[in-house]
Ligand binder design. Structure first.
Ligand SMILES: C[S@@+](CC[C@H](N)C(=O)[O-])C[C@H]1O[C@@H](n2cnc3c(N)ncnc32)[C@H](O)[C@@H]1O
Length: 227
């Protein structure tokens, strides 16, 4: 199997299938991709901003009943697992449900673009899922989360920028992760977002009051809270 990397960065959202989304992908390679993502999640700036935003939303609620959280595009579910532990350590009782297009151990099947199937939840969240979707799919997902969330939602995703593209290419190669990470990682940044893309998607979704915050290193935190 080949793991191509383009040295050409394009200054626009250029979508191309990621290897990890290939139907019938060798399960060992898929597993290696998920394990690489778990490793990357432990690097600085990758998951703590998600915890902070969820704690902020949790603090805004009046009821003390356990929170229900649904993760979209959860991959192996490692982030939900980590968050559940962190929330408990912060005294927040919560049920965190990881979901993904591909079901797996402990991960329920849910298509992030099919809002008709979204359950009710207090908070929806995702990490590195939006860049897999088209702009209209992201907008539809925003509408569904806005309708189904009692507190709010957040999406943490990639900033499309040439410095990010070339630095990630070098870092992912140097980190000696499975080659699918450097191949899909650079594609992911190429199909990431700038602030204007995100503003246009939110406007198309008709979601008012959402926040777009830049987060180190080269991430966007897009969030919406019910008033
Ligand atoms: C880059 S991985 C991120 C996985 C995980 N969130 C993490 O942080 O490690 C993107 C995930 O989005 C999932 N995905 C892609 N399209 C999706 C869709 N339409 N609905 C739900 N999940 C989707 C993929 O299956 C994959 O597991």
């Amino acid at each position: 199997m080949k793991f191509p990397i383009s040295l050409l960065y394009r200054p626009y959202r250029f979508r191309q299938p990621e290897l990890m989304d290939t139907p019938g992908l060798n399960p060992e390679v898929h597993q290696a991709a998920l394990q690489g993502l778990e490793t990357i999640a432990t690097w600085p700036g990758q998951r703590r901003p998600i915890l902070s935003k969820i704690l902020e939303m949790a603090a805004s609620r009046e009821s003390r009943r356990p929170l229900t959280l649904v993760e979209l595009g959860a991959g192996s579910g490692h982030l939900s697992h980590w968050l559940a532990g962190q929330l408990a350590a912060h005294g927040v009782s919560a049920k965190v449900t990881p979901t993904d297009l591909t079901a797996g151990p402990g991960v329920r099947k849910l298509d992030a673009t099919d809002g008709r199937r979204f359950p009710k939840a207090d908070i929806f969240f995702s990490n590195l899922c939006w860049h897999h979707l088209t702009d209209p799919q992201v907008a539809a997902s925003c509408q569904a989360m806005t309708s189904q969330a009692s507190l709010g939602w957040l999406a943490f995703d990639l900033h499309r920028h040439f410095v990010h593209y070339y630095s990630a290419l070098l870092i992912l190669k140097a980190a000696r992760l499975h080659p699918i990470l450097a191949s899909d990682g650079t594609k992911s940044i190429q199909q990431g977002f700038n602030r204007r893309d995100l503003s246009e998607i939110l406007a198309a979704a008709g979601v008012n009051g959402a926040q777009i915050q830049w987060s180190f290193p080269f991430r966007w935190m897009v969030s919406w809270q019910r008033k």
